[in-house]
Design a binder for this molecule. Sequence first.
Ligand SMILES: Nc1ncnc2c1ncn2[C@@H]1O[C@H](COP(=O)(O)OP(=O)(O)OP(=O)(O)O)[C@@H](O)[C@H]1O
Ligand SMILES: O=C(O)c1ccc[n+]([C@@H]2O[C@H](COP(=O)([O-])O)[C@@H](O)[C@H]2O)c1
Length: 194
Amino acid sequence: MKKTGLFFGTFNPIHIGHLILANHMAEFTDLDQVWFVVTPKSPFKAKQTLLANTHRYQMVYEAIREYPKMSLTDIEFHLPQPNYTIDTLTRLQEQYGKEHRFALIMGEDNLKGFHKWKNYEAILEYYPLYVYPRLSKGTIPPALREHPGIHRVDAPVMEISATFIREQHGAGKNIRPLLPEGVWRYMDEMNFYR
Ligand SMILES: Nc1ncnc2c1ncn2[C@@H]1O[C@H](COP(=O)(O)OP(=O)(O)OP(=O)(O)O)[C@@H](O)[C@H]1O
Ligand SMILES: O=C(O)c1ccc[n+]([C@@H]2O[C@H](COP(=O)([O-])O)[C@@H](O)[C@H]2O)c1
């Protein structure tokens, strides 16, 4: 049984903040590996300049190709939108539950609004949450603060955002160090976010 942490996101594009975090989870917790779940449509996210699913998937592939403990899945491409995490977890459990024990990787910012997620109680009951620190407003609801299924992970805080990368790249600034090399190359060749 492999303990597999799931890192959900739109990854538009994936950047070194995501990668450092995923690596921290794979190397410094009891998780054996991390799977990136590329989301077509996050429930609360306003419509933004979202690249096609396949391009965002390809960029995650480029970012993790030399990291044996990381993998990615397009499972949400085949599920109804917006993509509710509980539905994806159920599907993953059906398909891979015999070989994998799944956990959810989440930033502290998302934990603050977690009580608004679809069937969040069910998520908490069946899947451990690995929560990393992030600078953000708001507070963690008291019921979640001491919940036994929530594990705090002391990962480094990196305030890099995909929105900033898209905007500044579009404005002609050099954001290259914020992207894994393969992601930068793909984005540049494909003329994304220009
Ligand atoms: N610098 C970062 N460090 C750690 N976690 C991050 C960082 N940036 C985003 N995340 C988290 O990673 C997950 C996937 O991020 P996602 O691509 O969906 O959003 P984002 O990077 O915040 O992009 P956008 O700016 O387009 O909203 C989210 O849960 C988000 O909170
Ligand atoms: O299931 C839900 O109700 C739900 C609500 C908000 C967000 N999510 C998941 O959390 C991931 C990160 O969300 P976001 O909006 O911070 O990018 C996103 O990719 C979704 O998979 C899930």
